[in-house]
Write a protein that binds this ligand. Structure first.
Ligand code: AMP
Length: 309
């Protein structure tokens, strides 16, 4: 059981109220794969330029991440520059330089085509479908997107959505995609277009999950110090899919646990700039925070009877 992830590998320059960093390791596929690497084998399909530092390659390899599908092309690595507001809930993109990512057209290696779990990180929905179509028969396909594709490539995005199982997007994207301000109604509409499971990320307010017969709601893990939220969504998706791949199940109970695991991985990630904390964890630390979170979110029946829902 492994996961193949296709998406950006980047050098990010980030400014938050607590400091700034230039050219740190970033990208959706990077954050996703580091988080997922604690649970299962992960292979990245992506592209970097000649300037991509060797130390980043070493870090990813140390975590056991397969980089045979990460091409190195002539030119510079994809660069993203962003700034966060005082409460960290609003992010402004200051600059995006696609560089080698502009010509990215992934051709999967034969060994990657039969991987069971596939995550299509935020890239052009045409590319997402081209990767999906090269796969033999994945057990579960997850997908992310962003407002740019919702606004500029809607028809293509809807085609991709018809082919996937799990969509992981934020609340603003959910409302925009569905054209519906109420999140519950928006989720129902999106589910009717294809994805069996919709997970809505709500930043510091947590996450919501919808499938055909249930809804699950959890808060974010409460932290006193959040230094940089970059990659929270991707490390959330990495923990979620990594856990599902590890347990080999997609029933409601597995999905609920997977969402908690995703929340835990995102909470580690936001504690510092770049993926430093996320890349330096031990499995017992992850289990420990999962159990602390279980205590925080637990409540009994109104009668006080210990019960199971
Ligand atoms: P997140 O904070 O989880 O939404 O993801 C942030 C990561 O997405 C950063 O590390 C960026 O390098 C990457 N990113 C930003 N803009 C784009 C884009 N247009 N396409 C692909 N990846 C992007």
């Amino acid at each position: 059981m492994g996961i193949l992830v296709v998406g950006s590998v980047a050098l990010d320059s980030v400014k938050t109220p607590f400091g700034s960093r230039d050219d740190v390791l970033g990208g959706a596929a990077t954050y996703f794969s580091i988080a997922a690497s604690y649970f299962t084998d992960v292979s990245i399909v992506g592209v970097v330029g000649e300037d991509f530092p060797e130390e980043h390659v070493t870090l990813l390899q140390k975590l056991g991440i397969d980089l045979s599908g990460m091409e190195r092309q002539k030119g510079n690595t994809f660069r993203w520059k962003g700034e966060y507001s005082f409460d960290m809930n609003t992010r402004t993109t200051l600059d995006t330089q696609l560089n080698v990512f502009a010509e990215f057209s992934p051709k999967l290696l034969p060994a990657h085509r039969s991987i069971d779990y596939l995550f299509l990180a935020n890239i052009d929905p045409d590319l997402q479908r081209s990767v999906l179509e090269q796969m033999k028969r994945p057990r579960l396909v997850g997908c992310d997107t962003m407002n740019y594709w919702i606004e500029n490539k809607r028809a293509s995005l809807l085609k991709t959505l018809a082919m996937i199982d799990l969509l992981v997007i934020n609340d603003a994207e959910t409302r925009e995609l569905a054209g519906e301000p109420n999140l519950i109604k928006a989720a129902r509409r999106i589910i009717s277009w294809g994805p069996k499971i919709l997970v809505i990320k709500r930043g510091e307010y947590g996450a919501l999950m919808f499938n055909s017969d249930s809804i699950f709601v959890i808060p974010a893990f409460p932290l006193e110090e959040v230094l940089d939220p970059t990659g929270a969504g991707d490390s959330f998706a990495g923990g979620l899919m990594g856990y599902l791949a590890a347990v080999g199940a997609t029933d409601d109970s597995a999905i609920r646990k997977a969402i908690v695991v995703g929340t835990v991985m995102a909470s580690f990630n936001v504690m510092d700039f770049g993926p430093k904390v996320l890349a330096d964890l031990t499995y017992p630390e992850i289990e420990d925070r999962y159990r602390q979170f279980r205590k925080i979110a637990f409540f009994e029946d109104i009668t006080g009877k210990v019960d199971r829902v």
